[in-house]
Design a protein around this ligand. Structure first.
Ligand SMILES: [Zn+2]
Length: 93
């Protein structure tokens, strides 16, 4: 099945034939959960946990974009643990 959008750069406007509400919700989540220059997710909810990118929400957003276009692609499992800084290895030390 041909994709109706570029998963690396999905358009804000829902592709023709897709579910507009699901698309917009997934697109908003997709734009929020992007990689920042440190390699972590830039979303505040993920930054608070030093969540590596791609985070679970990013995978969910991509799955949502596919779901909006009627493509039943499953999100890959993401069991990554939040990164913890140990004593003596704090950022900037
Ligand atoms: Zn995130």
């Amino acid at each position: 099945m041909a994709l109706l959008f570029d998963p690396e750069d999905p358009p804000e406007v829902p592709p023709k034939g897709s579910h507009p509400l699901i698309w917009r919700l997934a697109w908003m989540m997709w734009t929020e959960h992007q990689q920042d220059i440190t390699g972590c997710c830039r979303a505040s909810s993920c930054r608070a946990r030093w969540q590596e990118w791609p985070c679970e929400q990013h995978h969910l957003a991509v799955a949502g974009l596919h779901a909006a276009t009627g493509n039943r692609r499953k999100a890959p499992p993401n069991r990554a643990q939040p990164r913890r800084w140990t004593r003596g290895h704090e950022p900037g030390s």
